[in-house]
Write a protein that binds this ligand. Structure first.
Ligand code: PLP
Length: 350
């Protein structure tokens, strides 16, 4: 606290990202990174883009937007890119989600959403997940200015079908509906095909998870032109060059590498299946996940205690001290070896 702080800063409760340990040898299953190295084509593109570092990058990142547009079957003008999907989301909150009526999102969801609301002064209401920890779209029939949902939801990993998202859109034709698809590539159903029919739909995705490029910081949004234009207006009032030339080149090459993508996502989905089976055998109740993480609790142990004891043994997982989920652990699906190590340590502890 300082007398120099503005009232906004005094009232912020900033987001706390998962720990990034400095020492090697830690089994890091706490921040939903991809356990495999990125596409070799992406790394080569990043290396050769270094020749252009003297110059400012293309402020509109057109080459990357064209690649994304081509991949998803939309027009480049329907694509917005930013410095990680967190930045895309931040602009979205300011550009599309701030209205007189409250913004709706689940009570248990990505914990950055309320932080953006306090930064931008957005009124919001949290809609409780149902008893099975799922999003029930009928519960969103409330007066509201906009809706944001991650699909699959984080930290539960539970997904909604495209048909369900279509029903949500049909019920709220006059409000912007944002679907945060950070984890959709691990078995979820993307709502991108609905963009052509719904002028109120914005999809946000990231290259941090399924493309293994969390360190490059690239995210994007897909929506009809007026929604994208709103994001561009905020971006061009904030930072003209959010993506550097390495990020633009690496991200485009990663999107084009279909073989790398297909292989690594299959491996992660297969590891998820064995991880769920092993955790269940150890007495965990694990929610049905279509993400690159699982969310589960053990009947006999507190979540905080298990997370702390795993940490002492060099295994990091994420624990949220929040009502309803305080006994859950969110565990990123790692390599086969990392998952085996986690299970071996848990067998010792339980
Ligand atoms: C639901 C959700 N959305 C968005 C993000 C942001 O990802 P990034 O800023 O790395 O693109 C995360 C990161 O963990 C997330 O869990």
């Amino acid at each position: 606290m300082s007398r120099f702080w503005s009232p906004v800063v005094q009232n912020l409760s900033p987001y706390v990202p998962g720990e990034q340990p400095r020492q090697d040898g830690v089994v890091k299953l706490n921040t939903n990174e991809n356990p495999y190295p990125p596409s070799a084509h992406a790394l080569a593109a990043i290396a050769s883009a270094a020749d252009r570092l003297r110059l400012y990058p293309d402020p509109s990142a057109l080459a990357l937007r064209e690649t994304i547009a081509d991949h998803y079957g939309v027009a480049p003008e329907e694509v917005f890119v930013g410095n990680g999907s967190d930045e895309v989301l931040a602009h979205t909150f300011q550009a599309l989600l701030k209205h007189d009526a409250p913004l709706l999102f689940p009570d248990i969801t990505y914990s950055f959403y309320p932080v953006y609301c306090s930064l931008y002064g957005i009124r919001y209401e949290e809609v409780p997940l149902d008893a099975a920890m799922g999003v029930e779209i009928a519960d969103y029939r409330l007066p509201c200015g906009a809706i944001i949902l991650p699909n699959p939801n984080a930290p539960t990993g539970i997904g909604l079908s495209r048909e369900t998202i279509g029903r949500l859109l049909a019920e709220h034709p006059d409000q912007p509906v944002v679907i945060d698809e950070a984890y959709v590539d691990f078995g979820g159903e993307s709502a991108v095909p609905l963009v052509a029919r719904h002028d109120n739909l914005l999809i946000v995705q990231t290259l941090s998870k399924s493309r293994a490029l969390a360190g490059l910081r690239v995210g994007f949004a897909i929506g009809q032109r007026p929604l994208i234009e709103a994001l561009e207006r905020v971006k061009d009032s904030f930072n003209s060059y959010p993506l550097d030339c390495l990020a633009i080149a690496g991200a485009a090459a990663a999107i084009k590498d279909g073989a790398w993508f297909a292989e690594t996502r299959q491996r992660i989905m297969a590891s998820r299946q064995s991880l769920v089976r092993d955790l269940s055998e150890l007495g965990f109740e694990v929610l049905p996940s279509v993400a690159n993480f699982v969310f589960g609790r053990h009947r006999g142990y507190s979540g905080a205690d298990l997370a702390a004891r795993l940490r002492e043994r060099g295994v990091l997982v994420r624990h949220f001290g929040k009502p309803r989920i305080e006994d859950f652990l969110r565990i990123t699906v790692g390599t086969e070896e990392q998952c085996s190590r986690l299970i071996a340590v848990l067998r010792d502890l339980i």
